[in-house]
Design a binder for this molecule. Structure first.
Ligand SMILES: Cc1cc2nc3c(=O)[nH]c(=O)nc-3n(C[C@H](O)[C@H](O)[C@H](O)COP(=O)(O)OP(=O)(O)OC[C@H]3O[C@@H](n4cnc5c(N)ncnc54)[C@H](O)[C@@H]3O)c2cc1C
Length: 402
């Protein structure tokens, strides 16, 4: 039992999950979430592919592997108990060449090591049993991969927090935190009069996580470099050409999974996301460039090292940014009958991807403790799948509640 006062900064799915977990484990605790927007889950948590990842790709033994498997189970249970839509539509990762088959097999080995249920390799002739219009030389089939709306889940978690006596304060931007004699003061960008002194704080600020951590005295790196991902919705009349999720074999030199067919929980079929540098951390339209965000990555030596190492992959992605036709043809390599399908742009997502100063992208989740403050510094995909497990991990293993 603890009657301590906790503040959570950021009302995305991770911040909300941490607040909920605190209230589950310590019903007497006072828990307050501060969110800068006027609603919860306005950023990554509602701008993603909506996939409940089964844990195929992640380095066995790493946090991602462990928390994704546990998180997928918890998301399923949460959806069942809260009547949130959950569709176990299954996923195929499709190889188009012998070289890709070698990489596919390595993913299969990882998925076995990660104890992903029911995964198997399909021969070319078996792919159409699962996805009738898909071609490939072989595929990895994960029947338990599912889809949800993480925005809807976040809203349900917010309701639960309020039912359990926690508070969610919207429209409240936190500038920095200071810690003295084991008490943490939360500083806002206006003079609102909330309680500002807490025993413990967890920052879950997504695209702003490096800034909030650094302004509160944590280390400067890794820094967040924002990569946007565009989605397109395919013509309604063709949506049944794909039953579930069709993914390429990811390029090991690039951390993103590649343009894929993603069924949405509302029944739409989308293609995307690609991955390219975003001229603004919250620039969803692509039009509102943010000078200070651009300055931030242009003056970061890690960004230039990353760019020089990843030119071929960046050029491939740029083709899909500049031309809708190129975008659709990337996906149509797997479903040729959709080569001429008409599409309309859907919203973008912007990934909060941490990058080290040597230009490497941080693959695993990064959660750092600084006194009585805990910072989530890197929680890219499968961060939404893992959110309820990230919360358990932070509350039960990272924080001390003395
Ligand atoms: C294109 C794309 C596709 C993805 N696909 C998947 C997928 O299919 N499956 C999956 O599991 N994951 C996926 N992800 C990853 C997943 O969306 C994220 O891991 C997850 O949403 C992160 O949640 P979060 O709460 O940490 O961050 P966010 O949802 O970004 O929330 C952070 C919150 O903090 C608030 N905030 C920031 N700064 C402050 C401040 N100073 N004061 C107060 N509030 C602040 C923000 O307003 C925001 O609400 C995808 C991500 C993207 C971008």
């Amino acid at each position: 039992m603890t009657n301590k006062h906790y503040a959570i900064i950021g009302g995305g799915i991770n911040g909300l999950s941490v607040a909920r977990q605190l209230l589950l484990d310590f019903p007497d605790a006072k828990v307050t979430v501060f969110e800068k927007e006027n609603s919860v889950a306005m950023h990554q948590s509602s701008h993603n592919s909506g996939v409940v990842h089964a844990g195929l790709y992640y380095e066995p033994g790493g946090l991602k592997a462990r928390l994704c498997r546990r998180g997928a189970e918890l998301v399923y249970k949460f959806c069942l108990e809260n009547e949130v839509a959950y569709d176990e539509c299954g996923k195929v990762v499709v190889a188009l060449s012998k070289e890709e088959e070698i990489r596919l097999n390595a993913i299969y080995q990882k998925s076995v090591a990660n104890q992903v249920p029911d995964v198997r390799i399909l021969e070319a002739s078996e792919i159409q049993d699962i996805e009738p219009n898909c071609i490939g030389t072989s595929a990895l089939y994960s029947p338990r991969t599912a889809i949800v709306s993480y925005g809807d889940i976040a809203k349900k978690i917010a309701e639960e927090i309020k039912r359990k006596g926690g508070s969610i304060i919207l429209g409240q931007k936190v500038t920095h935190l200071t810690e003295r004699f084991n008490k943490i003061t939360v500083h806002f960008d206006n003079n609102e009069h909330h309680s500002t002194v807490f025993d413990y704080v967890v920052t879950c600020a997504g695209l702003q996580s490096d800034r909030l951590a650094a302004s509160s005295g944590d280390i400067e790196t890794p820094k967040i470099v924002p990569f946007f991902g565009q989605y397109y919705v395919i013509d309604e009349n063709f949506k049944n050409y794909v039953r579930g999720l069709i993914y390429p074999v990811p390029d090991p030199k690039y951390p993103f999974l590649g343009v894929h067919f993603t069924k949405r929980i509302d029944g739409q079929m989308t293609i995307g996301p690609n991955a390219f540098i975003s001229f603004g951390r919250e620039n969803y339209s692509g039009k509102k460039i943010n000078i200070s965000d651009i300055y931030d990555f242009l003056t970061y030596k890690g960004f230039w090292k990353f760019s020089s190492k990843n030119m071929p992959a960046a050029m491939r992605e740029l083709r899909t940014v500049l031309s809708q036709t190129n975008f659709v043809s990337e996906a149509a390599k797997y479903v040729p009958s959709l080569a001429n399908v008409s599409v309309i742009p859907a919203t973008r997502g912007i990934r909060a991807q941490a990058m080290e100063s040597d230009g490497s992208l941080v693959d695993d989740f990064v959660i750092r403790k600084q006194g009585n403050i805990t910072h989530i510094r890197n929680a890219p995909s499968p961060g939404a799948t893992s959110s309820l497990a990230i919360a358990e991990y932070i509350v039960r293993e990272v924080m001390s509640h003395g």
